[in-house]
Design a protein around this ligand. Structure first.
Ligand SMILES: Nc1ncnc2c1ncn2[C@@H]1O[C@H](COP(=O)(O)OP(=O)(O)OP(=O)(O)O)[C@@H](O)[C@H]1O
Length: 248
């Protein structure tokens, strides 16, 4: 089975059930959005996938391999990356300098990569490609501190993609980005590598509907329903949830 397969995943904090027997498959190439009211358990679910939290029960397989017991860093190496949670940019460095860092890290350090005949050229070519994909090329020599917030988020996304993940978790990609710039984020999500599995946790429904192939609605730690954006909008329970009280 290709992609990420989550089976019967549960998490309790004492008597509080924040994930209840969750079964979710994130196939390569699929853009899945996870939505739900505040406190539904979305962040907890992401933390269970990245290894920040250990589940009470259940399994997680990536391309058939059990990754459920791996540490956070081992999961990153296995191909699970999450962005937009913490800013890990070096604000005094340029966009290009920032992008060099995860590539060096991935390749096992400067000594290894620069020891190869084409090492330097390969890195610079990869940085150029990443910047091109995210339309960051005009900002290459700009110091990150001076960029608009939405642009900084694109740089963060580029840094995460430099790790060459198989599964990308976008945690509220539009949070804090002015609405005038949110189209930059939408465009970047649309240009992500075609075979990547993407899980988007997002409150902004407009963004979700623009980018998601599939939506999972989480309520009280359980899946209320999942389906295409059209199926989800038609569902009376979802309409009740989003037109009623208790959401952002
Ligand atoms: N470490 C923890 N210990 C105890 N309870 C926790 C812990 N982390 C989260 N919770 C509780 O688990 C529930 C789910 O929280 P979570 O942050 O996953 O929800 P969410 O859907 O991401 O919410 P939001 O949309 O507000 O970010 C909440 O009731 C929260 O208070």
């Amino acid at each position: 089975m290709q992609g990420l397969a989550i089976r019967e995943l549960s998490k309790n904090f004492g008597g509080l059930h924040v994930a209840r027997n969750l079964n979710v498959t994130l196939p390569p190439g699929c853009r899945t959005a996870l939505i739900g009211p505040n406190g539904a358990g979305k962040t907890t679910f992401a933390n269970l996938l990245t290894g920040v939290l250990q589940p009470s029960s259940g399994t997680i397989h990536l391309n058939g391999n059990d990754i459920g017991k791996l540490s956070e860093s081992a999961r990153v190496r296995a191909g699970i990356a999450k962005t937009f949670q913490i800013t890990n940019l070096f604000r005094g460095l340029t966009v290009r300098e920032n992008l060099r860092l995860p590539i060096l890290e991935r390749e096992g350090g400067a000594a290894t990569i620069f020891g190869r005949a084409d090492g330097y050229r390969d890195i610079e070519a990869e940085i150029a490609k990443l910047m091109d994909e995210l339309h960051l090329t005009p900002l290459a020599e700009k110091v990150v501190r001076g960029l608009a917030y939405g642009q900084q988020r694109l740089v963060e996304l580029a840094l995460t993609l430099a790790l060459r993940p198989k599964v990308l978790i976008l945690d509220e990609p539009a949070a804090g980005v002015p609405t005038t710039d949110s189209h930059l984020i939408v465009a970047a999500i649309k240009r992500l590598p075609a075979d990547l599995s993407v899980l988007i946790i997002e409150h902004d429904m407009e963004l979700v509907f623009e980018v998601a192939d599939k939506i999972i609605v989480l309520v009280n730690g359980a899946i209320l329903m999942e389906g295409t954006p059209e199926e989800v909008t038609r569902d009376p329970r979802v309409r009740e949830l989003y037109l009623g009280a208790g959401h952002d």
